[in-house]
Design a protein around this ligand. Structure first.
Ligand code: UT7
Length: 326
């Protein structure tokens, strides 16, 4: 059977570190509160001249190098992001040009924190159908530009980063076994940025009213996240006739350590099967799953034939999983 196998991974995080102690000087919060409620100690912030494509290109080059392919071999580039360089063209087009992937079709998709798994699923469909052989899938965000740095409900959570994978068509049992995507638009206002689009185009008033910044109903979002993520993992396992104990690694979206702990507990899995980097990067939205994957691949935790579940949840609301045999 033709499957998409991940043959290369890459990640990039900007060098500037913003710690909880730095945030203590900006809003009424504490290192203790942030660690206890989220598991985050620090996050990375892009420099003024770094946009989402710049982070993505570094991650993509790492993935291309690991895969041992030439950029010209890439047939399709899909970028999951809600912080594109510009409203248009797509960030994927900018990346395509700068990495020299001149034969690739390139576009972005918007599914917030689920963006990487959505993009992975789309690329997988093209590969399974035989349309394309090689895909570059990226999850990348510079969310720091969309944060109200006076709002302690959101500014403590998010960070910037990028992760990338190269998928290649291969016959056999290894690769993406299935992907599962969900959306419930009735909860769109749990997490959103009202301004800057066609509803509230940028104006002095829109800026004064702070509509260009992210808004979140944190507590409500938390509850839906736990339920949806448990069900989308079970859905992936049942689809493949597997049990939670068959999972070698959980690579979760790193939104909140307590969300991850609740899900793992509900599935009766030990925490040492979870790849975590939330402590160092916070919530990097679409970048979090491929950044964690890259870390676990490069340090040798992930081994051939391991069963790995990716899961993510975000604005939309959207949630998704992907089951992979490494
Ligand atoms: O990735 C996309 C999806 N996003 C998520 O999954 C985020 C999900 N939500 C969360 O992670 C959590 O809801 C938060 C971390 C955002 C908040 O944690 P919480 O345990 O849900 O806290 P809460 O909003 O219920 O607030 C509890 C208290 C409140 O004070 P009172 O009303 O009890 O006096 C808040 O005002 O904590 C206060 N609070 C803070 N205190 C110190 C809220 N933010 C902070 C803060 N520092 N940064």
């Amino acid at each position: 059977m033709q499957r998409s196998r991940i043959i290369g991974t890459g990640a990039y995080a900007p060098s500037k570190v913003l710690t909880n102690f730095d945030l203590e000087k900006m809003v009424s919060t504490s290192d203790e509160w942030i660690i206890e409620r989220t598991g985050i100690k620090e996050r990375r912030i892009a420099s003024e001249d770094e946009a989402t494509s710049d982070l993505s290109i570094k991650a993509a080059k790492n993935a291309i190098e690991m895969a041992g392919i030439k950029p010209e071999a890439i047939d399709i580039i899909i970028v999951g992001t809600v912080t594109p360089d510009m409203l248009f063209p797509s960030t994927a087009s900018i990346i395509q040009n700068k990495i020299g992937a001149k034969n690739a079709v390139a576009f972005d998709i918007s599914a917030a924190c689920s963006g990487f798994i959505y993009a992975l699923s789309i690329a997988d469909q093209f590969i399974k159908s035989g349309t394309y052989k090689t895909a570059l899938v990226i999850g990348a965000e510079v969310l720091s530009r969309m944060i109200d740095w006076t709002d302690r409900n959101t500014c403590i959570l998010f960070g910037d980063g990028a992760g990338a994978v190269i998928l290649q068509a291969e016959n056999g049992e290894r690769g993406i076994l299935s992907t599962h995507l969900h959306t419930d638009g009735s909860m769109w206002d749990f997490l959103y940025t009202p301004g800057g689009g066609s509803r509230h185009p940028v104006s002095h008033q829109v800026i004064d009213d702070k509509l260009i910044y992210m808004r979140m109903k944190g507590n409500e979002t938390f509850k839906v996240a736990v339920k949806s993520l448990e069900s989308v993992i079970i859905e992936a396992l049942e689809y493949n006739n597997l049990k939670p104990s068959d999972i070698s690694w959980v690579i979760p979206h790193q939104a909140n350590l307590r969300i991850i702990q609740s899900i793992v507990k509900r599935l009766e899995l030990p925490m040492d099967k979870v790849v975590l980097n939330i402590e160092r990067y916070g919530n990097t939205s679409a970048a979090s799953v491929p950044m964690a994957l890259d870390e676990a691949v490069r340090d040798g935790r992930v081994k051939k034939n391991d069963i790995i579940i990716f899961e993510a949840f975000g604005a939309g609301l959207t949630w998704a999983s992907a089951l992979v045999r490494w």
